[in-house]
Write a protein that binds this ligand. Structure first.
Ligand code: AP5
Ligand code: MG
Length: 186
């Protein structure tokens, strides 16, 4: 399966992606995790993007598309993959279509985890107490929500207009949401 996981910050994409990819035996490709790793390693990429993540803004489309293009050329994506956090803008979604056509790996499922905004911010602040993620403060969490509605919600509309979007209710316990996702991936 070749899955895209959409949803606002705090929707549970990362949490659910871990279960799905373990069950299906496909790589979990989280652009947020890739960027945080680059920052922790102090690589050139990490140094370039640190201030962007800390501010809750988006890294440039150009850089992200290049990163994903390289990642999708790795042999472990042959049997499928789950993209978490990409595409995050309409230009990224368009670039992904072109790229997947080129390597002949069309998406099979585009899922949107739907969760009300109030719940999202509460989840992020709670995570912030344990995660040490520098963008899990109240101010940056709100900024990330704003960026989502401005730049990433149109990606859901983009797939929706193509009739390819599957909405999943992201409220409930982690196990309940897991069940709902498994049902649509049958
Ligand atoms: P990224 O790492 O992708 O962060 P995000 O989209 O803001 O999403 P989160 O990771 O905060 O939320 P999530 O949906 O994964 O929820 P989680 O499972 O953790 O991106 C970070 C930054 O990187 C961006 O701001 C940007 O700067 C940059 N970036 C990344 N990709 C980019 C791209 N393509 N283009 C440009 N820039 C990019 O859950 C949240 C919390 O809730 C956890 O504590 C979890 O335990 C809890 N939880 C989960 N499910 C439930 C539940 N059902 N009930 C109760 N609690 C729950
Ligand atoms: Mg995440």
């Amino acid at each position: 399966m070749k899955i895209v996981f959409l949803g606002p910050p705090g929707a549970g994409k990362g949490t659910q992606a871990v279960f799905i990819t373990a069950r299906l035996g496909i790589p979990h490709i989280s652009t947020g995790d890739m960027l945080r790793r680059a920052i922790a390693e102090g690589s050139a990429l990490g140094q370039k993007v640190k201030t962007v993540l800390d501010a809750g803004k988006l890294v440039s489309d150009e850089l992200m598309i290049e990163l994903i293009e390289q990642r999708l050329q790795q042999p472990d994506t042959q049997k499928g993959f789950l993209l978490d956090g990409f595409p995050r803008t309409v230009p990224q979604a368009e670039a992904l279509e072109v790229l997947l056509k080129k390597i002949n790996k069309p998406l099979t499922h585009i899922l949107l985890l739907d969760v009300p905004e109030k719940v999202l911010v509460d989840r992020i602040l709670k995570r912030g107490k344990e995660s040490g993620r520098s963008d899990d403060t109240a101010e940056v969490a709100l900024k990330r929500q704003k960026v989502y509605w401005e730049l990433t919600a149109p990606v859901a509309d983009y797939y929706g207009k193509l009739g390819r979007l599957i909405k999943v209710d992201g409220l409930g316990t982690i196990e309940e949401v897991q069940g709902k996702i498994s049902a649509v991936l049958e």
